[in-house]
Design a protein around this ligand. Structure first.
Ligand SMILES: [Zn+2]
Length: 397
């Protein structure tokens, strides 16, 4: 291998570093490095000197190469000041003072932190979990304070600093998380908005949470509030599933198991069913009038959702609410209540259709966050990790 190529692999940019030996042993790479002898300034008196006093070999961990550990044996030179007789080590650009690893390994560790737990990164890079966390804590990140025209507010279960839920603020058009807030209280969100430049905000997408709505009204005045499609449609599916479970519990054992296994089949939109699936659904609903009624209502709303536009959505929603209210399905009565309270915001989602991208992007992100953030107790770290993950991903794309 060529010397400059190895220096590149090690992430060493210092032109005064030379390679004088290397070997590969037990999956580990070993490199022997030294710097060229050159004029030094005495840290004690400022005199220039080139006189060597002694040498010492220091073992340093380097950036992994092909996921394999790298040991650097650095021959460090001690200089003697001819004026004041003090001795001192030369400065080496690729390691920080008192450290036993290269700065390029630190960068690698931080990149790994984007997608992995602190503990796993420690194992991958051959350093302690404590070092990983220290490097991460020291790393500063910039947070956007000017909010874009379309934002979304959502909550997720992060379990940090004894708060079960945290809030994320999302840039809908760029599918980016702008910030993470420590809880989901109205006051917290309001205070956050007051710290930002919100003059550009025109639309806010949110789930059906009164806390979010209150905060937006207080801090932002009157932007257009759009109910997130995923969140309000989910209510109907949950309501339907409640009925399915109730009906299921009254069945004999064999039928109960069959019904339990058919959750996905029943959730599926009837347009998407194959002929075989259609007859299975028919069989499942036979002699179960309550389930049948709920099934029809669920599908009616699904159809409304898929076929309405901003002109037809209102009448369609009102029709559905009336049907659901007059049905015997209690689970849907409370859905109707919610839909009536959020009617304007739900109808707004037919005027501003971009919330689909928001659904895919953000819900996937929150799922990953939930999985990866498992075990992070400190909110500050959790927040930083979510934002850092995004930065690392942007760079590596
Ligand atoms: Zn000196």
């Amino acid at each position: 291998m060529q010397e400059h190529f190895i220096m590149e692999l090690l992430g060493i940019k210092d032109k005064h570093v030379e390679l004088w030996d290397m070997k590969e042993e037990n999956r580990e790479f070993h490199f022997w490095l030294q710097t060229k002898q050159r004029k030094q300034t005495c840290p004690n008196c400022g005199t220039k000197t080139k006189r060597v006093h002694s040498y010492r070999t220091q073992k340093i961990k380097g950036r992994l190469i092909e996921d394999r550990p790298v040991k650097i044996h650095l021959r460090k030179r001690r200089y003697l000041c001819t004026a004041c007789k003090k001795t001192f080590y030369e400065k080496v650009g690729f390691i920080k003072r008192y450290q036993r690893h290269t700065t390029s390994l630190e960068q690698q560790v931080l990149t790994y932190v984007g997608e992995n737990s602190f503990k796993d990164v420690g194992k991958m890079a051959g350093v302690s979990t404590n070092l990983v966390m220290r490097l991460f804590d020291q790393r500063r990140i910039k947070v956007q304070r000017i909010l874009p025209a379309i934002i979304a507010i959502d909550e997720f279960k992060g379990d940090a600093d004894k708060e079960k839920f945290q809030t994320i603020i999302v840039d809908v058009q760029n599918k980016k998380i702008i910030d993470v807030l420590p809880d989901r209280l109205s006051k917290t969100i309001e205070n956050y908005f007051r710290k930002c430049d919100t003059s550009e905000v025109k639309v806010v997408v949110m789930d059906l949470s009164k806390r979010f709505k209150d905060a937006v009204r207080k801090a932002l005045g009157n932007p257009l509030i759009v109910a997130d499609r995923f969140h309000y449609m989910r209510q109907v599916y949950w309501g339907f599933d409640k009925v399915r479970r109730e009906v299921q519990n009254e069945l004999r054992k064999e039928d109960r198991i069959l019904c339990k296994r058919s959750k996905e089949l029943l959730w599926k939109s009837p347009f998407k069913l194959t002929d075989d699936q259609k007859s299975r659904v028919k069989e499942l609903l036979k002699d179960k009038p309550r389930l049948q009624e709920a099934y029809v209502l669920k599908n009616k709303l699904d159809e409304w959702f898929k076929t309405s536009n901003s002109n037809t959505a209102k009448a369609g929603l009102e029709r559905w609410c009336e049907l659901a209210e007059n049905s015997n399905i209690e689970a849907f009565h409370s859905v109707v209540g919610t839909f009536k309270r959020w009617k304007t915001e739900i109808l707004n989602s037919f005027v501003y259709l971009y919330s689909n991208g928001y659904i895919e992007g953000v819900n996937n992100t929150t799922k990953v966050i939930k999985r990866k953030s498992y075990g992070i107790k400190s909110f500050a770290r959790l927040r930083k990790k979510i934002l850092w993950r995004q930065i690392v991903r942007e760079v590596s794309v």
